[in-house]
Design a binder for this molecule. Structure first.
Ligand code: SF4
Ligand code: SF4
Length: 136
């Protein structure tokens, strides 16, 4: 879930939490781990042990028994330091790779506006997307 919204015409988060549910979605970088661990007053290694699972060779945030991210409790409980993936959504590189991804993402995220022409979405979204390796 995001609320750092640079364009409310394209996207308006409904706070439904659907993007915070389901296994394996939220990768955390070393920087994410450092930031969240510091916010929680945890040692980074201890944080990863307690709150992360491995997806292949990369850590993801763990799920609680209810299927939601361990940090979801009707809202994101680590909002000020949530992972980069959560902060960027839905303005992610995949939309520029294939504009159809915008509509695919909209099928599972009710905050994404899917009734705009592709060229309008592309034009508006391009300046909002920072390359994944430069926005830390
Ligand atoms: S699924 Fe979309 S609308 Fe719902 S909380 Fe996540 S970003 Fe917001
Ligand atoms: S860190 Fe927050 S925004 Fe990201 S999946 Fe977990 S609860 Fe949702």
């Amino acid at each position: 879930m995001t609320s750092d919204n640079p364009d409310s015409l394209l996207f308006d988060c409904r706070q439904c939490g659907d993007c915070c549910r389901g296994y394996g979605g939220t990768y955390v970088s070393e920087e994410d781990i450092r930031r969240i661990a510091a916010y929680l007053g945890e040692d980074p290694a201890r944080f990863q042990e307690r709150y992360c699972q491995m997806s292949g060779r990369r850590p993801v945030l763990a799920q609680a028994a209810n299927g939601y991210c361990v940090f979801w409790d009707k809202l994101c409980t680590i909002h000020p330091v949530k992972p980069r993936m959560c902060r960027r959504w839905p303005f992610i590189d995949a939309v520029l790779v294939d504009i159809q991804n915008w509509k695919s993402m909209g099928a599972s995220c009710p905050g994404i506006r899917t009734d705009l022409p592709d060229d309008v979405v592309r034009q508006k979204i391009t300046p909002l997307i920072t390359p994944e390796d430069t926005d830390e």
